[in-house]
Design a protein around this ligand. Structure first.
Ligand SMILES: Cc1cc2nc3c(=O)[nH]c(=O)nc-3n(C[C@H](O)[C@H](O)[C@H](O)COP(=O)(O)O)c2cc1C
Length: 553
């Protein structure tokens, strides 16, 4: 139960103690303050020519850095022949290192950490991206370029991939060496570690899955052989960084980019088991309910993470289709230690804060995922920028904090105002709230009150324990002389806002509360509130009582 007059910070600390997403976590030698990770997100805004991270990228990552938070960089080309996405940054030149250095410094200045995601696109490329070189793959699969929809971003727009060729076994050490060099450059650029992109149908994934790997040498055939390339690359990265600052990202059962495997369960169990020997910082697992950047199996539980948790011994980042509540649930359950957010993070520069405070999220705009300027990139608003200004009252220091919540209510309210309903149902909703409040606060009839409050009631209040039980317990803890007088009440769509006074509970001043309630199917389902001491005429600096002379009739 939260105490009255606790500061917002105290309340949040208390709430956070109960929320695993905001408990510190160790990855390798790094202690993170929370577990809301920014997923790797290709955004094609590097400076051209040269794939150089410039000012725009600096602004974007700085916006998204948070105290104790981890960012995984967008896929970053390890070599010119590994390029496959126009505008993606690289780590194969000194200019690129200098550009990244500015970014990692800015992220560190905000107390954040950043891993670089190393990327070779393999067959998913086009000769206009590789300086004319034929894209490489474990094996030649002509259907890949013949049947695929245009999927490679090039200087002249989206095109079909070029025909690829199979890597000769003698070329493989050279590619592993490219990864090693990029890992070295990542170190020079000030990153905190490196993550191998081994998902989504790029080179390491092409070796892993047997739909794309038909080799008959030491890199094809058995699960052991198909995993060899990935393990050699990880080993090269570990030779630069040590195991505990290296990570791998895999997509068990992933089908993006025409990928398939005859037995993904056996394959990825083996990979996770073999990775144990490196003592990695983490394993990053994309759930198969996500195909690249699209949710294809709504409602599917995080199955890959649950399975690999049984095998992999170090930390796990789960990714793919997580919402704040399902992220909390998987960390709480113990199947993952951290959760990466992709689309939500690109649209919400302050995502950890929004999740922490239960604030509404901006929607993402798919049309600007891979465009080239600041639109849909650095212009997604921070929550603070969306606020319409702060309330303040010198007699009510809590008001400033409360305003934060109050304001979030209004935004949530606006977002929901789209739920159009008739004036008739709005007046019914108002009557329902008045009756519900009277039953609970004045009559103290808890059994009757249950009829008005949904069992799944969500309470966004900072000062009340969660759920219907939290609210009922609070009222039970207050003397029976409590009296609630409603003042103003308004309704719009499925929301009702009521302004009222609590008195008679043994405090020198009354409390004034503004509550916003959402009604669904005739019961109260969601609730936001602000509460503060009432300023009387005597105690008011402006010589005006807080609510005029006639509040509450
Ligand atoms: C615009 C965009 C770019 C992406 N780029 C990458 C990338 O560079 N590397 C990678 O491993 N995954 C990439 N992904 C996949 C995301 O990291 C993530 O796995 C996916 O969006 C699912 O997570 P979500 O449901 O939280 O968005 C990208 C996704 C999106 C939406």
């Amino acid at each position: 139960m939260f105490e009255r007059n606790q500061s917002l910070e105290e309340v949040i600390v208390k709430l956070d103690n109960d929320r695993k997403l905001f408990a510190p976590v160790q990855i390798g030698p790094i202690t993170l303050g929370h577990r809301v990770v920014m997923a790797p997100l290709t955004r094609s805004r590097s400076e051209q020519p040269g794939d150089i991270p410039g000012r725009l990228m600096l602004e974007y990552y700085t916006q998204r850095a948070s105290e104790g938070g981890l960012i995984v960089s967008e896929g970053t080309s390890i070599s010119i022949t590994g390029r496959g996405w126009f505008g993606a940054p690289g780590l194969y030149s000194d200019e690129q290192v200098a550009g990244w250095k500015n970014i990692t410094s800015a992220v560190h200045a905000k107390g954040g950490r950043m891993f670089s995601q190393l990327w070779h696109t393999g067959r998913s490329s086009h000769v206009s991206m590789t300086n004319g070189a034929t894209p490489v793959a474990p094996s030649v699969i002509p259907e890949y370029w013949q049947n695929s929809t245009p999927s490679v971003s090039t200087p002249s727009g989206w095109v079909k991939p070029s025909p690829h060729r199979a890597l000769d076994i003698s070329e493989i050490p050279g590619i592993v060496e490219d990864y090693r060099k990029a890992a070295e450059r990542a170190k020079a650029a000030g990153f905190d570690g490196v993550e191998l992109h081994a998902a989504n149908g790029y080179l390491p994934d092409e070796f892993l899955q047997d739909g794309s790997n038909k080799r008959t040498d030491a890199y094809g055939g058995s699960v052991e052989n198909r995993s060899r390339f990935l393990l050699e690359v990880v080993e090269a990265m570990v030779s630069v960084w040590g195991g505990n600052r290296v990570a791998a990202r895999i997509g068990p059962g992933g089908t993006w980019n025409s990928m398939s495997d005859s037995n993904p369960a056996v394959l990825f169990d083996y990979v996770a088991e073999r990775l144990n020997r490196f003592g990695l910082a983490y394993l990053h697992i994309i759930e198969p309910r996500i195909k690249g950047n699209v949710l294809i199996a709504e409602g599917q539980e995080p199955i890959a993470t649950a399975q690999l948790r049984k095998i992999f011994k170090e930390k796990i980042i789960a990714a793919g289709g997580f919402e704040p509540d399902t992220a909390e649930a998987i960390v709480e359950k113990g199947d993952a230690d951290l959760v990466a957010f992709g689309r939500c993070f690109l649209a919400n520069p302050d995502l950890p804060k929004r999740i922490k405070l239960g604030l509404p999220l901006n929607d993402y705009d798919r049309k600007t995922f891979y465009t080239f300027d600041f639109h849909g990139y650095t212009d997604y608003p921070f929550y603070d920028q969306q606020r319409d200004g702060l309330l303040s009252d010198p007699f009510c220091p809590q008001l400033h904090d409360s305003a934060f919540y109050f304001d979030s209510c209004l935004h949530a309210g606006l977002a929901r105002a789209s739920a159009i309903s008739s004036p008739r149902s709005e007046s019914k909703n108002k009557a329902l709230v008045l009756e519900a409040f009277d039953t609970l606060f004045n009559k103290r009839d808890y059994v009757a009150a249950e009829r008005f409050w949904s069992p799944n009631y969500i309470q966004h209040s900072a000062h009340i324990a969660p759920g219907r039980e939290g609210l009922f317990n609070l009222i039970k803890s207050i003397p029976p002389t409590l009296k609630y007088e409603p003042g103003m009440i308004v309704a719009e769509g499925d929301l009702v806002m009521i302004h009222g006074r609590f008195s008679g509970f043994g405090q020198p001043t009354a409390w004034i509360a503004a509550d916003i309630l959402r009604i669904a199917d005739g019961v109260l389902t969601e609730h936001w509130d602000v509460i503060q001491d009432e300023a009387s005429r005597e105690s008011s600096k402006s010589d005006l009582p807080m609510f005029g002379e006639k509040f509450g009739g």
